[in-house]
Design a protein around this ligand. Structure first.
Ligand SMILES: Cc1ncc(COP(=O)(O)O)c(C=O)c1O
Length: 327
């Protein structure tokens, strides 16, 4: 098995945000993974490019939404390796020019826009075109949703374990869950460590009926790959903070973002981590996460989704803010 890739992203205490919720809060800063604007896709793609992409490939194809972090990281990694890159994106690629899309274009990715329902068909058409032109393309799964991407997060739990003092093992890990590979990896990593940590994935787009079985499947395949034989952990995939779907958000999410930034400088975004942290706050306030619990918020990035969200100008005032108790 390949050697673990270690990034040692910081684990930081957030005493004011934690005190507001009555918990001992730490944050694993995967928003600081080493690529511009970081994020969990850096960790996943490092493993994917090392272990999945075959030698001899000259063009990478992947797919996602117009503001996909995964697409940006694949475009950047391709550029760094001197590979061509085709991004098949759904959504509005004409008016949403900034953020991830801008960076992807800047590093030379070819953008092919299509509808959500025609994504895979368009990916296969691009692949066929490239093959007919004599290129050697490789399709990286959308969102980095594959075993290599999931294993990167099982290994990230080992990284975390090496950073924590023996008296601080998380009772809960809360994070944004999309395609589910991050959550599947965290669950496998927790099981491998034999921690009793409860992992809560806060869905950023999928209803539980769709998202949870996908996490479960990925977790069980990864368990088999890693030879894990302890009791499988329950998959807690919460869809309570969807606000109607992917990229949708409401005043509660904006409040969370403003409070986290204003109280302790923690930057969240409306598509991913703002939803996840809103979930964490409400789980703590409802007692699902008991008082004084050790809670690790796994920050998965999203800075470019934050700066691309114009609606946020309404909450980004000039006045200092105190931690609010709503949201
Ligand atoms: C910033 C951010 N957080 C979380 C996620 C969810 O990760 P996963 O797809 O592994 O569930 C994504 C996926 O796009 C993301 O970009």
């Amino acid at each position: 098995m390949s050697k673990m890739i270690v990034f040692d992203t910081p684990v930081e205490s957030y005493p004011r945000l934690g005190a507001d919720l009555g918990i001992d809060l730490r944050v694993k800063r995967d928003d600081l993974l080493p690529a511009p604007a970081g994020g969990n896709k850096v960790r996943k793609c490092a493993s994917i490019f090392r272990d999945l992409v075959p030698n001899g490939v000259d063009t990478i194809i992947t797919h996602g939404g117009a503001q996909s972090n995964h697409a940006r990281i694949v475009a950047m990694e391709s550029a760094r390796r001197g590979l061509a890159c085709v991004l098949v994106l759904h959504g509005d690629t004409n008016t949403q020019f900034g953020g991830n899309l801008l960076l992807s274009r800047l590093v030379g990715a070819r953008i092919v826009t299509t509808s959500h329902s025609a994504l895979w068909e368009t990916v296969k058409r691009c692949e066929a075109e490239l093959l007919s032109q004599g290129a050697t393309p490789f399709i990286v799964p959308g969102g980095g949703h594959c075993l290599e991407g999931a294993q990167a997060y099982a290994d990230a739990v080992e990284e975390l374990a090496g950073q924590l003092q023996s008296d601080w093992t998380p009772d809960f890990i809360v994070h944004a869950s999309g395609t589910g590979a991050t959550q599947a990896g965290l669950l496998a990593g927790i099981e491998r460590r034999q921690w009793q940590t409860v992992v809560v994935g806060i869905s950023v787009g999928r209803v539980s009926a769709r998202g949870k079985p996908i996490v479960e499947k990925c977790y069980h395949v990864l368990r088999a790959r890693l030879g894990l034989k302890a009791t499988a952990r329950p998959v807690l995939f919460r869809d309570d903070w969807l606000c109607g779907g992917y990229e949708a958000f409401d005043a509660g999410i904006l409040n969370t973002i403003a409070d986290a930034a204003g109280s302790e400088g923690l930057l969240l975004d409306p598509t991913y981590t703002g939803k996840a942290f809103t979930g964490l706050r409400q789980l703590a306030r409802s007692g699902f996460i008991p008082a004084r619990s050790k809670v690790l918020f796994w920050h998965t990035g999203g800075l470019l989704n934050l700066v691309a969200a114009h609606a946020l100008s309404a909450v980004a005032g000039n006045e200092p803010r105190n931690v609010a108790s709503n949201g």
